[in-house]
Design a protein around this ligand. Structure first.
Ligand SMILES: Nc1ncnc2c1ncn2[C@@H]1O[C@H](COP(=O)(O)OP(=O)(O)OP(=O)(O)O)[C@@H](O)[C@H]1O
Ligand SMILES: [Mg+2]
Length: 439
């Protein structure tokens, strides 16, 4: 049955492409759509909706009378589909969804039900056994998902032009939560999992091969099931921040995201390892300057987009081909305090944020970068030791033998108790100390 369906689907596509020259005829044949429906959406939907596995009896010989070269007839018509026009209506009403609308998921579910349940239920009751799970899943895939407002985007023109834009989906494409529940996993269909390369508090990260393009990526997925709208919205903020940021050579590349089986999946640029691996090795001052300069560049970019990272630390700085990339935007927030603040790892946080003073969130990142560099120079990971971390938080930096006074002085300013005295990312970038690595 499955092989037959595949063959028949191919034939249908063959027919549709031939018919595309006379698309208006095709539209008439297949039933009329409302005037304001997008051409592409209509045809796309039809491509999938008239797949025969919805409508053709199991025992029908699909090859009979279906010669692609001869037969120009449209997809077989489902008598049930003709009476259920609501599945073809434009869904512009769901395009203005706001993240704060806690009912989006349920609304989406309603729409989902509109299409998948009532129509299929009719199919099921009338012609039990004709509905394949593949067809249901395919249909889920072409349904336009609700568009969420991205709280990190200040205005459209602020989104950088991404030289790889044609490869990336800048708008996170969310699939209904039911995908995966029917046994068809987008993750497993699109990717071959190679190995686990990391884990966070609520996530796991895998090195994967994307089947269609043969390239390696990292896919991060939440380990917890995101049942509540509030949980989803919170998890999605990470991808919204990544998508709003766009491309920068020192920010981990973001490709796509989707929800499957109530879990959020994020497809990212694959990096070699994190900077925490380096914090156990002694590294030269020149190397330190390179790392500092690259992350300052990333922070300048992020801050100019009106975003604060709030979790800068060696584990969240990835290295790919010797280039540092800032990753893990799970704590990212807006500099203008219009979004909630969830501070990152307390070891790297300045005192003011622990006191809930959120006036200078960009300077929180500068402080954390200072602590990160201090940790690299020390050559051993910071412990939770209260005394030592308290000293650091008060700007009391121990002497760092073997390193230039200029670097030590700069670190001291970056970790100043008063956030206003810390340099901005731009000022840091322009510091004469980096002249040593610029030539
Ligand atoms: N793009 C990537 N390339 C290579 N390794 C990665 C990538 N993304 C994440 N990792 C690895 O996975 C680890 C965890 O990822 P990440 O920091 O994004 O999760 P987390 O935010 O700490 O998790 P959680 O938010 O659930 O606490 C990283 O420290 C790193 O080792
Ligand atoms: Mg992390």
């Amino acid at each position: 049955m499955e092989g037959t369906i595949e063959r028949h689907s191919l034939l249908q596509f063959g027919q549709l492409s031939k018919l595309s020259e006379s698309s208006s005829e095709l539209r008439n044949e297949l039933g009329s759509a409302p005037e304001d429906c997008g051409e592409k959406e209509f045809i796309l939907s039809q491509d999938f909706f008239c797949t025969p596995d919805y409508i053709t009896p199991d025992n029908q010989n699909l090859m009979n009378g279906l010669d692609i070269s001869q037969d120009y007839s449209p997809c077989p018509r489902s008598p049930v589909k003709l009476t259920t026009a609501k599945s073809k209506r434009c869904r512009q009403d769901s395009f203005t969804f706001n993240t704060s609308d806690s009912t989006w998921a349920s609304k989406y579910k309603e729409n989902d039900d509109d299409i998948d349940t009532d129509e299929i239920m009719e199919d099921k009751t009338e012609r039990t056994g004709y509905v394949s799970r593949t067809a249901v899943a395919l249909r889920s895939r072409v349904m336009p998902p609700p568009c969420l407002k991205n709280p990190y985007v200040m205005n459209e023109s602020q989104t950088a032009t991404d030289p790889f834009g044609y490869q990336r989906s800048k708008c996170a494409s969310f699939l209904p939560a039911s995908v995966g529940g029917d046994g068809l996993s987008r993750y497993l269909t699109d990717f071959h999992e190679i190995q686990q390369i990391g884990a966070g508090n609520f996530s796991r990260v895998f090195k994967v091969l994307k089947r269609i393009d043969g390239c390696l990526y990292a896919v991060k997925h939440s380990t917890r099931k995101l049942y509540l709208d509030s949980e989803r919205s919170k998890a999605m903020m990470e991808v919204q921040a990544l998508a709003a940021l766009g491309f920068h050579e020192n920010v981990v590349g973001y490709y796509n995201s989707w929800i499957e089986n109530e879990q959020l999946y994020i497809q990212l640029e694959l990096c070699d390892h994190t900077l925490s691996k380096k914090s156990s090795l002694r590294i030269s001052e020149r190397e330190i300057l390179v790392i500092m300069h690259q992350i300052a560049k990333a922070l300048q970019f992020v801050h100019e987009k009106g975003i604060a990272h709030l979790d800068v630390k060696p584990e969240n700085i990835y290295i790919k081909n010797g280039v540092c990339k800032l990753g893990d935007f799970g704590c990212a927030t807006r500099l203008d305090k219009s979004l909630p603040v969830e501070e990152g790892d307390a070891r790297y946080m300045p005192q003011e944020i622990l006191n809930e003073n959120y006036e200078h969130l960009d300077k929180v990142d500068i402080f954390s970068l200072g602590v990160t560099v201090y940790e690299l120079i020390r050559g051993s990971p910071l412990t939770e030791s209260r005394n030592k971390s308290l000293n650091i938080k008060q700007g009391k930096l121990p002497l760092l033998p073997g390193h230039s006074l200029q670097l030590q002085q700069l670190l001291k300013t970056m970790m100043d108790r008063d956030p206003r005295r810390r340099p901005s990312a731009r000022e840091l970038m322009e510091h004469p100390m980096f002249d040593r690595i610029r030539c």
